[in-house]
Design a binder for this molecule. Structure first.
Ligand code: NAP
Length: 241
């Protein structure tokens, strides 16, 4: 009988976790909501790097590690690959394909915050959908810019920034209203892939807005990769429920 450790923190992982029975463990970093209605075990918080994760795998008798973390959560994915190798078990990962620009899109890739802040000079009303990182720069927003930052939790803004705490998925109509009310002139996004937060890109297209895309991090090689949650579930043995 396989015992699975599922590393999660995104909707796809929760979809798999809902199908797992009490022998299996669903692990979360602790940033978002912790579900209380699952049949599998749920644990929250870091393991203490790859070595801590390998010890956990051995201590719990885990026989398969599933990495279904966010494509930008590169540290835990590196730890997962290393720990599985050290513990001698396979690691399977969901590697969600990125979004692709269409012919009418003006997407510009930036590799880090420095490149992003240079590219931002041309704009006045950026809309950030990168998570928490812009909060570190609230005190250095140039005069003449007003930032809107959307992230999971509420946070105070200031005279040059508004922070919106909201969790996706976001509908096309919600995004259209937000872009119109905020009068944004540029969207800043990760290339997360999936459909939960894709509507903002459609609205940027409709409004002919440029999109500054933070480049995806390199992720490690693992034993098997899947591009969809369904494909991964179908590859798992029967009887996990
Ligand atoms: P990260 O930089 O790759 O990981 C930082 C540390 O957080 C890891 O070294 C690990 O601590 C702990 N950690 C991360 N995921 C964990 C999990 N599922 N179970 C237990 N510990 C975990 O990750 P991040 O970018 O901060 O993201 C944290 C979580 O939020 C991930 O689960 C990710 O799927 C989710 N998330 C991230 C993003 C994003 O854009 N980065 C977006 C949506 C959701 P130890 O080294 O101590 O084990």
């Amino acid at each position: 009988m396989k015992r699975i450790l599922l590393l999660g923190g995104v909707g796809d992982a929760l979809r798999i976790a809902r199908r797992l029975g009490p022998a299996h463990i669903y692990s979360l970093a602790g940033l978002g909501k912790v579900p209380s209605d699952l049949r599998c075990q749920v644990r929250v918080g870091g393991f203490g790097g790859a070595a801590g994760l390998a010890s956990f795998i051995r201590a719990q008798g885990i026989s398969l590690l599933l990495d279904i973390t966010h494509p930008y959560a590169a540290q835990i994915s590196r730890n997962a690959a290393q720990a599985a190798e050290d513990a001698g078990i396979p690691c399977w990962a969901l590697r969600r394909p990125g979004w692709q620009p269409g012919p009418q899109d003006d997407w510009r890739t930036v590799n880090d915050w420095d490149e992003l802040s240079l590219a931002l000079h041309a704009f006045q009303r950026p809309f950030f959908t990168l998570g928490r990182e812009p909060l570190q720069h609230l005190d250095t927003i140039p005069a003449g810019q007003f930032w809107t930052i959307r992230m999971l939790d509420e946070h105070p803004g200031n005279a040059r920034a508004r922070v919106i705490g909201n969790r996706g998925p976001f509908s096309l109509d919600e995004e259209r209203d937000l872009f119109a009310a905020g009068n944004f002139d540029v969207l800043i996004s990760k290339n997360s892939g999936g459909d939960a937060t894709e509507a903002k890109l459609q609205v940027a297209r409709e409004r002919s807005l440029p999109v500054l895309i933070l480049a995806r991090p390199e992720l490690p090689e693992v034993d098997r990769t899947f591009v969809s949650c369904d494909a991964l579930w179908q590859a798992l043995p029967d009887g996990l429920g």
